[in-house]
Design a protein around this ligand. Sequence first.
Ligand code: EPU
Length: 318
Amino acid sequence: MMSTVSRIDGKMAGVLRELLGENLVMNEPLSRHTSMATGGPADAFCRVVSGDILRTLIVLLAGAGLPKLVLGRGTNILPSDAGFRGMVIVLEGDFSRIVFDGNIAEAGAAVTLASFAEEAARNGLGGLEFTSGIPGSLGGSLIGNAGTSGEALGDLVERVDLMQEDGSIRGATREESGFSYRTSALSGLGAVVLGARFRLPSRSRVEIVERVRPYAVKRRQQPLDWRSAGCIFKNPAGHSAGQLIDQAGLKGERAGAMEISDRHANFMVNRGGGTTSQAMELAGKVRRVVHEKFGVLLESEVRIIDEEGRRVVAGDEA
Ligand code: EPU
């Protein structure tokens, strides 16, 4: 275990405790909050249930110069084994609301994609069929523009609600949100994603079920029995990352407890006790071998982050 020095002193911890009560935990291992089950301790970790508490917290952290990291369901993120030197925030409570008005749905960042699609279907709204089987929260799914190779969440967005560093709230248009293949400009705006407003097409339950079927079939070809973070690499233009890794003979390749799934080669699975450094080592190896064999450079899809919350690149990615 790496030794770390917390950036949060006793006085600050007291102020945070007063604001957050039992919803604050110090030195919380992030491996408990990520689907890949990796990541060292965060100096502080909290659950925030309302916009008012979030505003106070954000202003406090900004004033103290403490970094923050908002975690959704942790399904696409590999935090550093050294943890995070600041406050990790998980939204819940008020951020789990969905409100429908005709073809408009307003949903909070803590809503899961699965419950959003289900609630929308109950209200006679479709368009979210492609999200079937994607395990993330809406906040994380907006930032990473979750989807398949052809369809993504950003296509349905009218506005993303953001809380800025000074605690003020504003809406970002779809254009400003900068959605593109499995990424967006949202994390670069330095604000917390509170939720979004979507326009969804009217559809009958029967039609929705029909449309979900092919996605559900594909998902069943993916590994579900081990800890993973979904697809490791983006599909390079004109190629499939899974196919390239498979053809390079890398299924079953390991670094420590991390393994390239023999079910779907673009999935890395943690067979128990694996670390983010092992994941980076294995991802680096995959990139090298695929580059040598096919001349294609794979780009990470998962977000590997360092102790300061900055995105780092896997292995020799540059
Ligand atoms: N393939 C192989 N060997 C493998 C895996 C795949 O030959 O080990 C081949 C398949 O036979 C197929 C092609 O590669 O011809 C593409 O594979 P697949 O249909 O499974 O889709 P994908 O392109 O690998 C994309 C998304 C997935 C999403 C599926 C669902 C990316 C990087 N991946 O996968 O997203 O679940 O479509 O349709 O865009 C994720 O974002 O975490 C993720 C898993």
